[in-house]
Design a protein around this ligand. Structure first.
Ligand code: MTE
Ligand code: MO
Length: 522
């Protein structure tokens, strides 16, 4: 088998065109909310692959599965583009005019995107089932197909010209780099910036930066963790946004952003933790949320008899549900503020659900439709094997000291962190300083609310040089201990005790000497 085709102009023009078209597609996703095909396909793929295989192959689950699937699809797409380029070269070598090949190529790619890729991605023909609708997708696909076609045809054409017609070599090279090289560089740069954003799409909290002290009780906005399924998150214009309430209700109603702001508001502290958070992980933060009770909205529409679940639909085609019973409790709110500020885009502007006691997955962001339904509703992550009830499993986390750090013998070291049980309270936190043999009580701060984590601390004075594992163990309000058995996050959330290894060493009190040395050498 020969790989000579790799060096053929059709093939590499196709590769470049593929990268270029992908970049344009993502840019249009950003600008027009046009469908981003690899994003749709990776949504679909992660839904279709059996959970066990998925969990095993990808180990780290929800936060990495999507970016990996996405990157794989883009790569596949670019390689297929290479072969389309090769086919185009073969056709053009038979003397077919580029002015015939170009519209043919554009039309074929346009139809393929609209009639094959969009339905495969679950959005219907030309994405007519998407939030943005078909006309948007038709136009976006045309621009993408156009860029793709022009890139390939000019690439192949200039190569053929070089074979047949005499052109000054300098100009020819310039032409080729100008028509293909420049846009390729721009799009690689754009893709690079974008892949960077992809890796940080799920952003851990800045919780761990607090060695030697407890983390803030309320997580500052910039440190609040973020998780989203999207490659491109929605940015919602509140002026055009309407919250629709329909389904099993007496009257369908719509609320504008101002309607919501005018309703009586509540403010409450509630901790958010992602169900894919590992033991001791960074996907947990505590916020002060302001909004309106979900019940107030549901009562205006009037919920019909027989309703089981309330589904929440979002601008990014994400959805999830909570039971009607939960939806009616006082502390379930539709929030439009976080820590007294307008809800930031990445946390779900203009409106997101806050549902105490349940993992972050159900705290739907960018909500645009609320639908009471008569049967159990399967949401985005439930289609991918995650728990539907998703109650928070009690956890404790050692924030300080850091893993593998040295602490001084004979002096106090602060051991501290957070403990969280959803909405079941924390009555006690214990610490072990001898790798789990004996336990001492940590001091536990008062909780800021029934659904807030608590901070705990213990001053430890190691008496001799040694290494040890520090463990923490929390107890719920009614005294139930957290589950010690180690279990990975899928499907119900992780369990097990968090531990951190540290070494106690003699540390010389030589600060004065150092200062003297510094002064001497200055
Ligand atoms: N519309 C929408 N809501 C969503 C998600 C999403 O991808 N889309 N991700 C969920 C997940 S898995 C988590 S853990 C929380 C994270 O909320 P945060 O980013 O505000 O911390 O949002 C949830 N709500
Ligand atoms: Mo999550």
């Amino acid at each position: 088998m020969s790989f000579d085709f790799i060096r053929r102009p059709g093939f590499y023009s196709g590769l470049i065109a593929g990268v270029l078209a992908t970049a344009v597609m993502i840019a249009l996703g950003d600008l027009w909310r046009a469908p981003v095909v690899p994003q749709m396909l990776s949504d679909r793929m992660t839904a279709i692959i059996p959970v066990e295989t998925f969990g095993q192959i990808l180990g780290f689950l929800e936060s990495w599965a999507k970016p990996l699937a996405f990157a794989g699809i883009v790569l596949g797409q670019v390689i297929v583009s290479g072969f389309i380029g090769l086919a185009t070269e073969n056709i053009m070598r038979r003397g077919t005019s580029p002015w015939l090949v170009l519209p043919g190529l554009i039309g074929a790619v346009w139809l393929m995107l609209g009639l094959v890729m969009a339905p495969l991605g679950g959005l219907g023909i030309f994405a007519m089932d998407s939030t943005a609708g078909a006309s948007n997708a038709m136009l976006a696909f045309f621009v993408i197909a156009g860029v793709f076609g022009v890139a390939i045809v000019t690439g192949v054409f200039s190569a053929l010209e070089r074979d047949g017609v005499e052109i000054d070599p300098g100009r020819r090279r310039f032409m080729r780099w100008a028509t293909l090289g420049v846009p390729a560089v721009i799009s690689v740069a754009y893709l690079g910036r974008f892949m960077d954003g992809l890796a940080t799409r799920s952003q851990p909290t800045g919780l761990t930066d607090t060695e030697g002290e407890l983390p803030p009780a309320i997580t500052p906005l910039g440190d609040f963790y973020t998780v989203s399924k999207n490659v491109v998150d929605p940015t919602v214009n509140a002026d055009n946004w309407i919250l629709v309430v329909d389904g099993e209700v007496e009257t369908d109603i719509g609320f504008t952003y101002d309607d919501i702001l005018e309703m009586e508001s509540v403010t409450q502290v509630t901790t958010l933790e992602c169900i894919s958070n590992t033991v001791g992980g960074e996907y947990i933060s505590n916020g002060e949320w302001t909004g309106v009770p979900l019940r107030a909205i549901l009562e205006r529409a009037g919920v019909r008899d027989g309703v089981v679940d309330v589904a929440l639909h979002a601008e990014d085609d994400y959805s999830d549900s909570i039971t009607l019973e939960k939806a009616m409790s006082d502390d379930v709110i539709l929030a439009y503020q976080l820590n007294g500020q307008q809800l930031p885009d990445q946390h779900g502007f203009p409106l997101r659900l806050v549902v105490p006691g349940i993992y972050g997955m159900k705290h739907v962001k960018w909500i645009n439709r609320i639908e009471p339904v008569g049967e159990v509703y399967t949401g985005y992550w439930q289609e991918r094997g995650w728990s539907d009830e998703a109650p928070v499993l009690t956890m404790s986390k050692i924030v300080t000291p850091f893993y593998q750090s040295n602490v001084p013998v004979g002096e106090p070291t602060l051991i501290g962190g957070v403990a969280y049980s959803g909405d079941r309270g924390i009555s006690q936190v214990e610490v072990s300083l001898d790798s789990g043999q004996t336990w001492v009580d940590a001091e536990v701060e008062d909780a800021l609310s029934d659904s807030s984590w608590v901070r705990w601390s213990y001053d430890w004075v190691p008496e001799e040089e040694h290494s040890t594992w520090i463990y923490a163990r929390a107890y719920e309000g009614d005294g139930t201990p957290q589950i010690e058995e180690e279990q990975s996050a899928l499907p119900d959330g992780s369990t097990g005790l968090h531990d951190v290894v540290v070494t106690a060493v003699y540390m010389e009190e030589d600060d004065d000497d150092l200062e003297d040395d510094d002064a001497g050498s200055a």
